[in-house]
Design a binder for this molecule. Structure first.
Ligand code: FO1
Length: 337
């Protein structure tokens, strides 16, 4: 496999002929994934896109079940998200948080007034016995999302981080409360071994024409999805059809702690470290032009390397990137959401 293909410039992929109705299954974390998925549903029919979304970040606060990555992807594909913040809803107000602060309640995790409706709805539906996958389908349908979003599992899987020389904490404690500004020595996915893929997940991996690993944190966003029994095997079996997009550009993550975590956990903060982490599951790694000098090292890991601009400043940039990632093999937009 090593050296089987030389480094490919994005233009040569984009010249491939289009084909109608190419089903794409993407593994997705939060903001970076949401942006690429928004590009995908502009590049192909939204109904041809399935996203398997990380739920390792999920948490219960104030008695409410919060599923941040599902909500970030849902709001972005529904055209409702706050683009600058990346998470939450555009035009959000924070009156409930202000009132909670006056009471001395916990406000380190910002829940906007409109966003709270999502968590209220989800919590009530889960309490009445509906699985997360069913509730997700209800929410995405109500918010006009054309793509199919699947939680990685209906069972609880929780990302836990052990701080260097310190305690083990929850993902949101690490990410939001401590601003991911603390050293981590280990990560584990509590409950993963007992979990089952949500209905439709393995089928989506088996049957997709193309599979994409979105530019999400390989350790704490994609890692939990791969930890659900059956997912790693299903993806490895499709390795030749899997394209991963590096979330690392010029040695650092554009957003969040991916760069820092990769270093702390011994993988190194470069596209080469990302290529090594995905060696078993992805035959192709898309890297940014800023990292073109590392393409040969990426290919030495056994991956085909595609060099292209990967920073999604605007939805148009995301659409261009999506077309490159899909190798031009997808139909032109029939949905422009
Ligand atoms: N991220 C923050 O940095 N601060 C917050 O207060 C915060 C609140 C929040 C509420 C709902 C939601 O769906 C997401 C929220 N996020 C917040 C984002 C989220 O915690 C992370 O971006 C993801 O878990 C990492 O992908």
């Amino acid at each position: 496999m090593i050296g089987a293909a030389s480094c490919v410039h994005s233009a040569s992929l984009a010249q491939r002929p289009d084909s109608l109705s190419t089903v794409i299954t993407a593994l997705a974390g939060g903001v970076g994934a949401a942006r690429l998925l928004r590009g995908m549903v502009r590049a192909v029919s939204a109904s041809d896109v399935i996203a398997v979304v990380n739920t390792g970040d999920d948490t219960v606060l104030h008695g409410l079940y919060i599923s941040p990555d599902l909500d970030t992807v849902t709001y972005t594909l529904g055209g409702l998200n706050d683009d600058e913040r990346g998470w939450g809803l555009a035009g959000e107000t924070w009156k409930v948080m202000e009132a909670l602060e006056r009471l001395g309640g916990e406000t380190w995790f910002g829940l906007g007034d409109q966003d709270l409706a999502t968590h209220l709805y989800r919590t009530q539906r889960l309490a009445s016995g509906a699985p997360l996958s069913q509730v997700t389908a209800e929410i995405t349908s109500a918010l006009g999302v054309g793509a199919r979003l699947l939680p990685m599992s209906d069972d609880p899987v929780r990302t836990r981080l052990r701080l260097a020389g310190g305690p083990e904490i929850s993902f949101q404690d690490y990410f939001v409360r401590r601003h991911h500004d603390v050293a981590v020595e280990a990560v584990r996915f509590d409950g993963a071994a007992q979990s089952r893929p949500a209905p439709g997940v393995l089928d989506a991996l088996d049957r997709a024409d193309k599979l994409v690993i979105c530019p999400s944190n390989p350790v704490v966003s994609i890692g939990p999805i791969l930890a659900v029994p059956g997912v790693l095997d299903a993806l490895s079996a499709r390795r030749e059809d899997v394209v991963a997009v590096s979330p690392i550009v010029a040695g650092a993550a554009l957003k969040g702690p991916a760069g820092r975590l990769l270093v702390e956990l011994g993988h190194g903060s470069s596209v080469v470290g990302v290529a090594r982490l995905y060696a078993q599951v992805a035959a192709t790694l898309v890297i940014d032009e800023a990292d073109a000098g590392l393409a040969t090292e990426v290919e030495a890991t056994g991956a085909r390397c595609v060099v292209t601009p990967t920073i999604m400043h605007t939805p148009e940039h995301a659409t261009t990137l999506a077309r490159v990632v899909l190798g031009g093999a997808a139909a032109p937009a029939s949905s422009t959401r």
